[in-house]
Design a protein. Structure first.
Length: 413
């Protein structure tokens, strides 16, 4: 991705603010002056920042504004040890609302929609981001948060909500419960905006079918703003992102070298307008690729795009000397007729060898399990290069989650 001159100037301005604040980034950029960054090549020599760096800045070392300008803080979910605290100014909150509004509009959502919000509220950025965008759009927000599934369904029915916002795990749980209750025809849902975790095409198809909605992937992370920094359009050719707010790079996660557009690697984000806690070359550990701009989107938007998130570099497990990601399992299972979207992987070490057990839900009768397991074993071996012990189970046997679902359990260490 070629850097625009405007982005380069914005980055230099951010660096100046960072150095003047004498916080975390002043140390990170010690010996480097903003005027030293004259080209994209100069920029790509700047050091990366990592989540560990952000933890070291606890509690407010990331802030580059006076304390009286901080109106809110958020903290990333799932953090162990020292949390990462991100300060937001009034401008940051307004910018986040604007980004989310754009995402809703790309998904074809209007101010006539009623938006049912199930992600959590609080330190996590999810729920409140979906609400900010709805309010900026002028739509009715229904701020449910997670849990109490019967009440969720009642509100969707009684309020005639048209848009469901959820993690893919909770969207599936809701879809299954709606199917059990036989109330789908009484709902007014037309679209789903799904974020927070990687989900495969089979899961997408199942949720879309059972809810009768069009689905949209929304991307984001707390360290940047939260969800709302990229979303796919109705043509589903990747996620459009907003290059007036962000500069995206794709790097080789091992070498840190920049990769050409179209190649899979780790997404690195630089914020161009973030006021409270700007980031330069932040390693997300999310695996994706920049879609070359010589392949235009049929929607006609000229916004750049990234592909859906394959997984995370820290989700990778090495088995029998082969690197394996959850996304590869999903891609293999979508080729197997009868296998559902729900699976779990258990890795053990027995008698000096790694053992991988893959549980997969299916709607087939039990007399079809053996043939299904044979197909799963052959397909995974062909696609990923590892041998698994497949175990077919009934739909609903694997646990459901109101938040993110854990797919891989590694008990070797």
């Amino acid at each position: 991705m070629k850097m625009k001159q405007e982005a380069l100037e914005q980055i230099r301005a951010q660096m100046k603010r960072m150095k003047e604040a004498k916080g975390f980034y002043a140390k990170k950029l010690e010996g480097i002056e903003p005027e030293d960054i004259r080209s994209q090549e100069d920029f790509e020599k700047l050091p990366f920042s990592e989540k560990a760096d952000l933890r070291d800045a606890y509690p407010l070392g990331l802030s580059v504004v006076p304390e009286e300008k901080i109106v809110r803080i958020h903290s990333s979910s799932g953090t162990t040890g020292t949390p990462v605290i991100i300060p937001y100014t009034k401008k940051d909150v307004e910018d986040w609302a604007e980004l989310f509004r754009r995402c809703y509009e790309i998904a074809g959502i209007t101010n006539k929609d009623r938006i049912h919000i199930t992600p959590g509220y609080g330190l996590w950025t999810a729920g409140i981001g979906f609400q900010l965008g709805a309010e900026r759009l002028g739509a009715m927000a229904v701020p449910m948060g997670p849990g109490n599934t019967p009440k969720q369904i009642r509100f969707m029915e009684d309020l005639h909500t048209t848009v469901l916002c959820a993690t893919s795990s909770y969207a599936l749980l809701l879809a299954e419960e709606i199917e059990k209750r036989g109330v789908r025809d009484r709902l007014s849902l037309r679209k789903g905006v799904i974020g927070s975790e990687r989900w495969g095409s089979k899961m997408r198809e199942r949720i879309a079918h059972e809810l009768g909605v069009e689905l949209y992937d929304i991307y984001g992370l707390t360290e940047v703003y939260g969800p709302g920094i990229a979303i796919n359009c109705e043509y589903n050719t990747g996620m459009h992102y907003f290059d007036d707010f962000f500069y995206f790079e794709i790097i080789d996660p091992k070498t840190g070298k920049n990769l050409p557009d179209g190649e899979l690697g780790e997404l690195v984000i630089t914020t161009l307008q973030k006021e409270g806690a700007p980031l330069i070359r932040y390693r997300t550990h999310d695996l994706t690729r920049i879609i070359p701009d010589d392949v235009p989107c049929p929607c006609g938007r000229t916004l750049p795009r990234i592909d859906v998130i394959l997984g995370r570099t820290d989700d990778m497990v090495k088995v029998h000397g082969v690197n394996m990601f959850p996304g590869q399992i999903e891609d293999a299972l979508k080729e197997v007729q009868g296998a559902s979207s729900e699976y779990q992987v258990f890795i053990d070490h027995e008698n000096g060898r790694d053992k991988i057990t893959l549980f997969v839900e299916t709607g087939l009768e039990k007399d079809g399990y053996k043939e299904l397991e044979t197909q799963i074993k052959a397909t995974v071996k062909s696609r990923i290069g590892v041998a698994v012990i497949p175990k077919a189970v009934e739909i609903g046997d694997l646990p459901r989650s109101e938040k993110k679902t854990t797919r891989v359990f590694d008990y070797r260490y």
